[in-house]
Design a protein around this ligand. Sequence first.
Ligand code: BT5
Length: 269
Amino acid sequence: MTHFDVKALRAALQTRWLGRQVLYQAEVGSTNDELKKLGETTAVPSGTLFITDYQNRGRGRFDRRWEAPPGTSLLFSLLLRPDWPGEKNGWLTMMASLAVAEAIQSQTGLAARIKWPNDVVLHVDGNWRKVCGILLEGEMTEDGRCRQAILGIGLNVNIPAAALPAGMTPATSLWAASGRQVSRPVLLLDVLARLEDLLDAALDGRSPQPAWQNQLMLLGQPVTVTYADGGVQMVGTAVGVDEWGHLRLQTADGRQHTILAADVTLRAV
Ligand code: BT5
């Protein structure tokens, strides 16, 4: 397994606070779980980064699995303690997907877009394929403020095409999509620099929503919305997103619905 070059990351890091503390282990269950545990038991500063080369229990939303062969991907979590009301945590997922999409565009020239609510996708062979997933887990104080948030990011960097995981949404990696391998530390440095700027702006009250919305690939399109239990489905047009990133779905009867969390797929018409 190619180990992640933590030394190269530390040496080139130019951020003010994000990722200044780097923790690395070659293999863990899930970086979100590791960092959550650390955040509870020790004085881990906001901005701490936990990165691994392999997760044997990598998690997606709704207890799904996140699979990536050893040494091929960026698999990391950031511990954040924004002093704001818990509702604002939706901004964290938005900023993460935005930073990843922009870093991919800048490092590879690939036209990465955001698929609501939390995926970064690439258009490959006529299909939108998932290259990155984001898992945000927040803990609130009794008065509803954010006590701690763990922002987990899984980005398929150098997964060979033959080893891509099969999923609901077809997967890709930067290598599979561009034919070129990408340096994981260099890409991570770019993500961290962009994310730190977005976080500082958000902490200052500036919303990431307009920039995030600009990168969404579903707006104006016919979609099917499926809730996590798989039971309920709604079809309609994705007409927009609100300030907190919730999806506005217009159904055939002309009514608009606000979707907080679900899976959305493009519908052929
Ligand atoms: C996500 O969930 O997309 C969030 C994934 C977050 C992973 C990171 S890795 C570092 C940190 N530590 C963790 O334990 N997790 C975070 P969701 O939208 O529910 O998508 C999950 C679905 O994506 C799975 O059910 C599969 O169908 C598919 N999938 C699994 N691995 C994939 C991969 N490497 N690339 C693309 N799709 C994948």
